[in-house]
Ligand binder design. Structure first.
Ligand code: TUI
Length: 314
């Protein structure tokens, strides 16, 4: 495997691990990078000193390139960015906002910048601002999401920009990987499947909830408050639905989610915790080492392509 993305990031396989708040720790990022992909530490809503510690820890676990995902809605985004610029991981990915104002300083520090975008307009804006590549994330993804499906977003972004495009959202196996490349992507980003990796330190109840998930279990809440989030259906998502239907005050709805990810990740509270996961959860069937997960996306892609060719020639 060698795509523009591999060249850009100095990685063996064109796969980036999603920057999942809480879930994407130094342990997970290092395992993905050691497996030949690009691991990301998720800053999520963590304070800057925690992120610095995670970057330093990751450095002790891998000598391969890795990155940090900075969630721009975090109250600590500004100081996390400062720490990242000091610590200089190979890559910064961003989510949930426009990282434009940080791009000059990141480039100055020699850090590659890959914003996650959910629209064509934002992809074009990011290219203009100097992003090295964009991660086009479809609504199938877990966590905070946009509206457009991966199938429709990726080819439109590919047509609109010249920098490499990484497809994200709903890519659960090598069929999804081949489909992403067919849409014109230069690489894939995978989140949900890495929750079910041996090296991910999420509570086993969280992992088991992903393994058990069926096709319609990854539901969206928060559409009415303007911050839609996809997570596995449970008591928390039902409570969200109830409050949204009742048009409860914004603050009351927002308050429900506070600490939800921590409850899921640390305590394994599968009832009131926020089990953020994408629609691909229904296609995750086992817990495997990251290196095996990565290879499973690329080993045997020729067979998938042969299958396509034989169908088309029937
Ligand atoms: O950011 C994500 N996924 C996330 S962030 C997160 S933490 C959180 N926790 C509770 C509530 C809300 C968030 C969990 N999952 N994915 C990347 C992503 N970025 N998806 C959509 C976007 C996005 C949206 C708007 C990127 C840019 C954007 O620009 C808007 C603008 O014009 O500034």
């Amino acid at each position: 495997m060698n795509t523009r993305l591999c060249e850009l990031l100095g990685i063996e396989y064109p796969i980036i691990q999603g920057g999942m708040a809480w879930v994407a720790t130094a342990e997970l990022a290092a395992a993905v990078s050691n497996g030949g992909g690009l691991g990301l530490i998720a800053a999520g809503g963590a304070p800057a000193d925690v992120v610095r510690e995670q970057i330093r820890k990751c450095r002790t676990m891998t000598d391969k390139p890795f990155g940090v995902n900075v969630m721009l809605m975090s109250p600590f985004a500004e100081e996390v960015m400062q720490v990242v610029i000091e610590e200089k991981p190979a890559v910064v990915a961003t989510g949930a906002g426009n990282p434009g104002k940080y791009i000059p300083a990141l480039k100055e520090a020699g850090i590659k910048i890959l914003p996650v975008i959910a629209s064509v307009a934002m992809a074009m804006k990011m290219e203009k601002s100097g992003a090295d590549a964009v991660i086009a994330e479809g609504t199938e993804a877990g966590g905070h999401i946009g509206e457009i499906t991966t199938m429709c977003l990726v080819p439109q972004v590919v047509d609109a920009v010249s920098i490499p495009v990484v497809a994200a959202g709903g890519i659960a196996d090598k069929r999804g990987a081949v489909a992403a490349f067919a849409l014109g992507a230069d690489g894939i980003q995978v989140g949900t499947r890495f929750i079910c990796s041996t090296e991910c330190i999420a509570h086993e109840n969280y992992k088991n909830a992903v393994l058990k998930a069926k096709d319609r279990d990854a539901v969206v809440t928060g559409r009415s408050t303007g911050a839609p989030v996809r997570a596995l259906k449970n008591k928390l998502t039902k409570e969200y639905e109830r409050l949204e239907k009742e048009r409860a005050p914004f603050e009351e709805i927002e308050a429900l989610g506070v600490g939800g990810l921590r409850r899921a990740f640390e305590e394994g509270d599968v009832q009131t915790g926020s089990l953020m996961a994408g629609q691909s959860a229904a296609m995750v069937h086992e817990i495997e080492p990251c290196a095996d997960i990565i290879r499973s996306y690329f080993d045997g892609t020729e067979d998938v392509i042969k299958e396509i060719e034989s169908k088309l020639n029937k």
